[in-house]
Design a protein around this ligand. Structure first.
Ligand code: 16G
Ligand code: ZN
Length: 528
C-alpha cells in the first residue's frame, strides 16, 4: 500500500480543517460542498473493507430524502447489507483525520482489521440524480484507484439496486445477474408470473400513480416499465423533468406532512404511492369521495405482506416460522392486529434499517418495515430452496400457492428495502386478493399519533433502552413520561435522540388526535 501516493492524491480532496462528520444511521450526509474529502476517503475505506472480506463492496452516493443541495455516501457490505458497526467507527475516524494524519489512520485500520495489503479489491459505485453526485462519485473512484482497487461504476442507480448488485456479485450469480437488465428481468418475470394468477387483473388494465420525488426512481421505472407492462401500467408524477428533488413531494414529505405531494393529479379512489429520493422507501395513499386524504404507511404494508405470506404458507401446508419486525414508531393498532388477529409474532428494534434487517434474518421468513416505508421481506436460504422445490413437486392448489410464494421470493429485494420491488409486491398482492386500496386501508384503523422535534442543548443526555421505548437518562425522565401517559386511554409515548438531525424526537399516540397532540406536547416539555 503506497501511503505516500494516498497523501499526495488526498491533497486534491483536502479536508477543511476542523470539519468533523460522523458516519450516522444512513452514512455521511450533509451539504454537498463539504463532502469531497469524505468521498475520496470512503473510496479508500471501501478498498480496505473489500480486501478484508475478500468480497465486492458497494459505495452509494446519495442523500435520500434530503434537499437537493445535500449529498451523502454509504458503504454496502458483501451480502448487500449495511456496513458493519465496527467499520462505521473506522469511517468516522478516517473522515475526521486531518490531512497529515490520514496515512497513520489508514495504517491503523489495516492493522486493527488484519487487512492483507496484497489482496485484490473490487468496488461498485452508484449514485442518485443530484447535480453534485457525478463529481462526488468520481472522488470515490479516485480513492479506490489510488489504493489499487478495481471498480465498476454503475452510474445512476437507486440505492436498493446498488445493494442488489453487491449481493449478486458476492453470491456467484445465485441471487441474480449483477446488471440493470438482470435486476429488471428478475423482478419483472416474477411479477408477470404472479399477475397471470390474478383473476381479473392480468389483462393489462391495472395501473398505479407513482410520485417519484423528482429522483432516480423515475428514471429506473421508465427503464423497467416495458418489462412488466403486461401486468401493470405506472403513471409517473414528479419524474424530475420539472420540479426539484424531494421538494414538496416524495415519501418523506407525504408521510411527515400527511398530505398528497404537489404535482400529483389525484381523483377519489385512485391508488397512489410515493418513492423517496433514492427509491428505498415507499408509502401508499388515496383520497376518499369526500376528498379526505388517507395515508397507508409502512405498518400497513408490513401487515398486508405478512398476512398474505402467512395465508400462502397455510395453503401450501408448511409450518414455517414467520416474524414481523417493527420499530417503536409502529402504530399500536398494527402491532395489535398482527399479534391478536393474524397471530404473527412481532418484534421491535431500534430505528434504522440495519437493526430491523438483522433481526428479520433470525426467522424462516422475516418481514420488516419502518412506519416511514423502509422495508422488505427476507427468506432463509433453506426456506427458499424448499419452497422452490415444492413449487415444482406439488400439484393443484398447493402447487399453485407454492409457485406464487416462489415468485414472491424472487420479487422481493432481499438485499435492502426497495420502493420498486415493494410496489410490485403490493400491486401483486392487491390484485391476487382482489383488494381495493380502501379495503386494504380498512384492515385496521391507525391510532391517532403525533411526532414532535425538540431542540435541546445536547441531545446525547438522552439515552434509551428496550428498542428506544424507555429512557434511561436523564434520571426521572421516564417516570415523568409514565405519569403523563397514564392520564390517557391506550396511550403510548417515547423520546429518542435523532440519529440524523440535532434534535430529540417525541412520539405519542392515543385514542383521539387531541389526546395524542396534548400528550406529545406534555412529553416534549418533560424533555427540557
Ligand atoms: C435513516 C435511516 C432510517 C431511519 C431514519 C431515522 C437507513 C437506511 N435510514 O434515514 O431507517 O428511519 O434514519 O432518522 O437506515 P432519525 O434518527 O433522525 O429519526
Ligand atoms: Zn432513501
Amino acid at each position: 500500500m503506497d501511503l505516500e501516493a494516498v497523501s499526495k492524491r488526498s491533497a486534491f480532496h483536502a479536508k477543511p480543517q476542523g470539519l468533523i462528520l460522523q458516519y450516522g444511521t444512513a452514512g455521511f450526509r450533509t451539504n454537498a460542498q463539504h463532502l469531497d474529502h469524505i468521498m475520496f476517503r470512503m473510496g479508500l475505506l471501501a478498498v480496505l473493507r473489500s480486501k478484508q472480506t475478500r468480497s465486492t463492496i458497494g459505495v452509494m452516493v446519495t442523500a435520500s430524502h434530503n434537499p437537493e443541495e445535500d449529498n451523502g455516501v454509504k458503504l454496502v457490505d458483501p451480502l448487500g447489507e449495511m456496513l458493519a458497526p465496527s467499520w462505521e467507527e473506522h469511517a468516522t475516524r478516517l473522515a475526521s483525520a486531518e490531512e497529515q494524519d490520514l496515512p497513520k489512520v489508514l495504517a491503523a485500520i489495516v492493522e486493527r482489521e488484519a487487512v492483507d495489503p496484497q489482496q485484490t479489491a473490487f468496488i461498485v459505485v452508484g449514485r442518485d440524480t443530484r447535480p453534485s453526485s457525478e463529481k462526488l462519485s468520481q472522488s470515490v473512484i479516485d480513492g479506490v484507484t489510488v489504493l489499487g482497487g478495481q471498480f465498476h461504476d454503475y452510474g445512476l442507480l437507486t440505492t436498493p439496486q446498488l445493494h442488489y448488485m453487491v449481493y449478486c456479485r458476492n453470491s456467484e450469480g445465485r441471487y441474480g445477474q449483477a446488471t440493470i437488465e438482470g435486476y429488471c428481468q428478475k423482478l419483472s418475470r416474477a411479477f408477470v408470473e404472479l399477475m397471470k394468477q390474478a383473476s381479473c387483473s392480468g389483462d393489462g388494465s391495472r395501473w398505479v400513480k407513482v410520485d417519484c420525488a423528482n429522483g432516480i426512481g423515475a428514471l429506473k421505472l421508465k427503464e423497467m416499465e416495458h418489462y412488466f407492462r403486461q401486468g401493470l401500467s405506472v403513471l409517473l408524477f414528479n419524474d424530475g423533468t420539472e420540479g426539484r428533488l424531494n421538494h414538496l413531494c416524495g415519501a418523506d414529505f407525504v408521510k411527515s406532512q400527511q398530505k398528497p405531494p404537489q404535482g400529483m393529479a389525484m381523483k377519489p379512489g385512485d391508488r397512489c404511492c410515493s418513492f423517496d429520493g433514492d427509491a428505498d422507501r415507499i408509502v401508499y395513499y388515496y383520497c376518499d369521495a369526500a376528498g379526505r386524504f388517507h395515508l397507508i404507511d409502512g405498518d400497513k404494508i408490513a401487515t398486508l405482506i405478512s398476512s398474505f405470506l402467512k395465508e400462502l404458507l397455510l395453503e401450501i401446508g408448511e409450518n414455517l416460522n414467520i416474524g414481523v419486525v417493527q420499530t417503536a414508531y409502529a402504530n399500536g393498532s398494527s402491532t395489535r392486529y398482527l399479534e391478536e388477529v393474524m397471530k404473527v409474532p412481532v418484534y421491535c428494534t431500534k430505528t434504522g434499517v440495519k437493526h430491523l434487517h438483522h433481526k428479520a434474518q433470525e426467522f424462516d421468513i422475516g418481514v420488516y418495515f419502518e412506519a416511514n416505508g423502509h422495508g422488505t421481506a427476507l427468506f432463509s436460504e433453506a426456506v427458499e430452496a424448499r419452497i422452490k422445490r415444492l413449487a415444482q413437486e406439488l400439484e393443484d392448489e398447493k402447487g399453485r400457492a407454492a409457485r406464487m410464494l416462489a415468485s414472491f421470493i424472487d420479487l422481493f429485494n432481499q438485499a435492502a428495502g426497495d420502493a420498486i420491488s415493494d410496489m410490485l409486491v403490493i400491486e401483486a398482492i392487491l390484485a391476487l386478493k382482489g383488494l381495493s386500496v380502501q379495503q386494504w386501508d380498512a384492515i385496521y384503523a391507525d391510532l391517532p399519533n403525533r411526532q414532535l422535534k425538540v431542540k435541546v442543548a445536547d441531545r446525547r443526555v438522552i439515552s434509551t433502552t428496550d428498542a428506544e421505548r424507555q429512557a434511561v437518562t436523564p434520571p426521572g425522565l421516564q417516570e415523568a413520561i409514565n405519569d403523563l401517559v397514564k392520564k390517557y386511554k391506550l396511550a403510548r409515548a417515547f423520546v429518542r435522540p435523532s440519529g440524523t438531525e440535532d434534535v430529540v424526537r417525541v412520539y405519542a399516540e392515543a385514542t383521539s388526535q387531541e389526546s395524542a397532540d396534548t400528550l406529545a406536547y406534555e412529553v416534549s416539555l418533560a424533555v427540557f
